[in-house]
Design a protein around this ligand. Structure first.
Ligand code: GTP
Ligand code: MG
Length: 202
């Protein structure tokens, strides 16, 4: 059995960006999607997990990732970087289009094994996050909360936000009970998340 560290050290290749539900790669591999508000750190987390600095473009401009970007790890596991939601500055018609695409993907992808729902540890769960969680509960898609940017807060604050998230999870049947706290900067929690995701390879 391949260890999770070996798995994530293997080559990871960009497959394609999909801007419509018809234009996605075939559902041929177990898939993990990374979702969350704009700027929460989705692209940075995929880079940290795969140990690459520039596999995925991270940026200071929220709403940068506009397509569903597919990365195939070790020809075993597909990682999908989703466009962020809740970006207030984006034009209304763009928001509507991304929202439709992301919702269609999240609720209709047969090989989707787990959604990592990223939450900025400085901000905790927001209204839009609750909306996505409700959608995933309804579609019975398994998901897990992943706190990001833990290097930006103190341990006591992290403990507080973890507790608040844990309490909220009780109301969400499709949510995985454990929450992983990560920093793409210091790599805290990255090994733990690799181990969690490696269980989905066949
Ligand atoms: P969109 O694609 O726009 O939705 O953003 P995203 O969720 O992919 O976020 P991205 O990875 O582009 O990161 C946004 C900003 O946060 C960048 O400036 C990153 O450098 C920064 N960032 C991401 N993760 C961390 C982290 O763990 N710690 C710190 N300090 N900064 C981070
Ligand atoms: Mg991004």
């Amino acid at each position: 059995m391949l260890s999770s560290e070996t798995l994530f050290a293997r080559p990871c290749e960009f497959i394609m960006g999909g801007a419509s539900i018809e234009g996605l790669p075939p559902a041929a591999y177990p898939e993990i999607a990374f979702s969350g508000r704009s700027n929460v750190g989705k692209s940075s987390l995929i880079n940290a997990l795969t140990g690459r600095k520039t596999l995925v473009k991270a940026s200071n401009t929220p709403g940068r990732t506009r397509e569903l970007n597919f990365f195939l790890l070790a020809e075993l596991l597909m990682l999908v970087d989703l466009p962020g939601y809740g970006y207030a500055q984006a034009p209304g018609k763009d928001v509507a289009q991304w929202t439709r695409l992301v919702k269609a993907y999240l609720t209709g992808r047969p090989n989707l094994q787990r959604v990592c729902l990223l939450i900025d540890s400085r901000h905790g769960l927001k209204e839009v996050d609750h909306g996505i969680m409700a959608l995933l509960d309804k579609a019975a898609v398994s998901y897990q909360l992943v706190l990001t940017k833990t290097d930006k807060i103190k341990p006591a604050e992290l403990a507080q936000v973890l507790k608040a998230c844990q309490d909220s999870l009780k109301k969400h049947p499709a949510a995985h009970p454990s929450i992983v706290a990560t920093s793409s900067e210091t790599k805290d929690g990255i090994k733990e998340l690799r181990a969690e995701l490696a269980q989905f390879i066949n």
